[in-house]
Design a protein around this ligand. Sequence first.
Ligand code: NAD
Length: 284
Amino acid sequence: MSTTRPNLNRLENRVAIVTGGASGIGAETVRLFASEGASVLIADMDEDGANALASEFGDEVAALKVDVTREEDVAAAVAEATDRWGSLDVMFNNAGFGGALGPIDTTSVEDFDITMDVLVKGVFLGIKHAAKVMKPQGSGSIINTASVAGLQAGYSPHLYSVAKAAVIHLTKTVALELGENGIRVNAICPGIIATPLAAGRPGVSDSHLEKLKSALGRSQVLGRIGDPSDIAMAALWLAGDESTFVTGHAQVVDGGAAAGRKWSKQGEWITAERPIKMYRPEGR
Ligand SMILES: NC(=O)c1ccc[n+]([C@@H]2O[C@H](COP(=O)([O-])OP(=O)(O)OC[C@H]3O[C@@H](n4cnc5c(N)ncnc54)[C@H](O)[C@@H]3O)[C@@H](O)[C@H]2O)c1
């Protein structure tokens, strides 16, 4: 599925940075933002992937090798965007990976640190350096990719879930500060989205992703898992003027997964025909 691109120029004259923009959700967001008139900097540690995507466009899309765990890299990305295009209107802190896997008693401190560095410190640095530019501007939209795993236990590994919960809370605390400077800060909580991350390895083939979609889709409320375009559309809404009264919000985009089990999997009561038995007051 690809994003419908109505080209309403909803981000005309806006400048955006998309971290993790070389693949999956980030790449689809780069395409959508550019089609809506934005200038976009792809900030990703996958230099080849970022350059390849940028080469699909003209001067309105550029790429920079950025490791979001390194403050100098994130600062350089913000400087690159503002030097090229004169402002920074949208910061999409989206880079991520699956983090440490396995039981808690075998999780190493090193894996804990790497997971938190990418998923929490990376978002913190993106917010921090975007704020340095957006505060004097008096405007901006910061969007952080969290996860339904940050809202509810049992969706993902321990540290990924904890990191995403931290992203949601950081979104809210910072929204309260930066709202006074005209800057909105929101998170998106995707459910399962067909990307290399969900497939468990970078650079996975499209045919493998198609298999993943059909294997997991049947168990989902809407009969499918998410497409990167589902999240890109949410990011577009949060980036643009249709959401100017929205801040400190964690937008769930999960096809109903966090609402609970799909109806047909809930138990035998869904087909039971016997009349309900309940206490009825006299006379009713
Ligand atoms: N796919 C899902 O099911 C799902 C669900 C919930 C949340 N998310 C979140 O969505 C975001 C995007 O993931 P995706 O599914 O598109 O995965 P993806 O693997 O397709 O893309 C992730 C991108 O982030 C980049 N990246 C990783 N570490 C980085 C670093 N230190 N610095 C810079 N770039 C780095 C990778 O190179 C890659 O291009 C992540 O934050 C992920 O946790 C994904």
